[in-house]
Ligand binder design. Structure first.
Ligand code: A2R
Length: 308
């Protein structure tokens, strides 16, 4: 039986990824800095700071997984502006600890790292894998640097490393530091209060390509099973949606009146106004197709907050 060790298992994507692998008959091990109820369905779960190379080494050596997926990261552009040093530390040096541990232990483990659409130079058109990489925020720079390291480790040590460039994804469980859960939570609160309410929002003239996290973790599994370490895939729905339209949709889910106020403090220092994915490569080579519609996903998140 193939086994997978998931770093960052207690984050947003972790539980979805773990279920995806369990549903495909993998033995799954999890690890994170903190506990999570997902540990109950893992064969074993380790509380471990990935910045500690000795710990990472001994855990990887003990599990000897056939695959590793690294989800552990400082995972938002907004946060990366607040803590740029830590973003580089975790996203690059933490990932290097995994690479070094696998190398030093002389394992044949396949390793998947998660890059980002934020690695690309901004473009108004759909972004394909051939577009130039030229990040303009600390998060994107950390993922570009990580990708460069994966290249070098493949060349120098012949390691089995995959890097994927994921576009925005969301779903129930994502932190409300991210735009869709934040808006769903605010409107759900107004809805449950039974009274009119006010929302403060940032720039609405932004277009993004949002996928359902379930489609994304399926892509990650398919990439890991492809045995093609040389292809870097984009993962994204392939459709741009205006944040303004997402907000209107969320507001349409309540009968209460919602007043929207724009707050310049919520604007990011540098914001790429359009980011969306040309996903033809992964569709063509791996037969991956997105199955979920973003508006249904938004409704799931809204329903989650009204149930709480
Ligand atoms: O920062 P925390 O306490 O939320 O823990 C996060 C964990 N993490 C770490 N685990 C071990 N050692 C560390 N030094 C360390 N630093 C952070 O990684 C959290 O539980 C997890 C990341 O989860 P999220 O922030 O929810 O990210 P998400 O959305 O699951 O994204 C997964 C991957 C990342 O590479 C993103 O950059 C990419 O997908 O979009």
């Amino acid at each position: 039986m193939d086994s997978v060790l998931v770093f960052g298992a207690a984050g947003f994507v972790g539980p979805y990824l773990i279920k995806e692998f369990l549903n495909h008959d993998y033995e799954v091990f999890g690890c994170d800095m903190r506990h999570n109820s997902i540990s109950q369905i893992c064969s074993d779960y380790y509380v471990c700071d990935m910045m500690d190379l000795d710990l990472v080494k001994s855990m990887i050596n003990k599990v000897q997984p056939s695959c590793i997926v690294n989800l552990a990261a400082i995972s938002s552009v907004g946060m990366s502006w607040k803590i740029p040093q830590k973003t580089m530390e975790v996203n690059v040096c933490g990932a290097l600890n995994i690479l070094e541990a696998v190398r030093i232990c002389e394992l044949d483990t396949k390793i998947l790292f998660i890059g980002s659409s934020e690695e690309y130079e901004p473009s108004k058109e759909a972004i394909s894998e051939k577009n130039r990489l030229s990040a303009n925020n600390p998060y994107g720079i950390s993922k570009m640097t990580l990708e460069k390291f994966t290249d070098v480790y493949k060349q120098r040590y012949g390691m089995k490393i995959y890097h994927v460039r994921a576009f925005n994804h969301t779903g129930v469980g994502q932190s409300d530091n991210f735009v869709i859960p934040s808006w769903c939570k605010q409107v759900a609160k107004i809805h449950m209060s039974g009274q009119a309410g006010i929302m403060r929002v940032g720039n609405l003239d932004i277009y993004r390509d949002f996928s359902n996290v379930r489609d994304v973790v399926r892509a990650y599994r398919m990439i890991l099973e492809s045995d093609d370490f040389d292809t870097i895939y984009n993962v994204g729905n392939g459709e741009k949606v205006a944040l303004r339209d997402i907000l209107s949709y969320i507001i349409s889910l309540t009968d209460q009146s919602v007043k929207v106020e724009t707050d310049p403090k919520l604007f990011r220092p540098v914001e790429n106004d359009v980011i969306y994915c040309d996903n033809s490569l992964i569709k063509e080579k791996l037969g991956w197709e997105p199955e979920f519609n973003i508006f249904d996903t938004v409704k799931d998140i809204f329903d989650y907050y009204t149930r709480r």
